[in-house]
Write a protein that binds this ligand. Structure first.
Ligand code: SF4
Length: 112
């Protein structure tokens, strides 16, 4: 999967949490402990759910903009998002756009 992210965040764009595929899954699936051993299969299982999710794009936008460091969001692992966020921050700085952090929140799985 090629990782790219060059969209701007529209905070009012739709209510993506309502169509989140992870709403009907076990929340712990999206928050594996560690990144090795059994966590590898757990991350892949969470990503499979994300690939079927209508909200994948806005979810990833949200996770990057709000610096969600833990868990699987928008079909990406923690490490993948760290790389994407570096690119996002660099793009924002070069565009002269604010990079101020936004308070992290719980993912859709916890907002039932
Ligand atoms: S983490 Fe995001 S993309 Fe994955 S299922 Fe939940 S809402 Fe969809």
């Amino acid at each position: 999967m090629a990782l790219m992210w060059n969209r701007t965040v529209d905070w009012d764009a739709g209510d993506w949490r309502r169509v989140a595929a992870c709403r009907s899954t076990e929340p712990d699936l999206f928050f594996p402990v560690g990144t090795t051993g059994p966590a590898i299969e757990q991350i892949e299982a969470a990503k499979r759910v994300c690939r079927s999710c209508e909200a994948q794009e806005p979810c990833l936008d949200f996770a990057l903009a709000t610096n969600q460091e833990s868990g699987v969001w928008g079909g990406t692992s923690e490490e993948e998002r760290r790389k994407l966020r570096k690119a996002w921050l660099a793009a924002r700085r070069s565009a002269g756009t604010s990079t101020s952090p936004v308070e992290p929140v719980r993912p859709a799985t916890f907002e039932r």
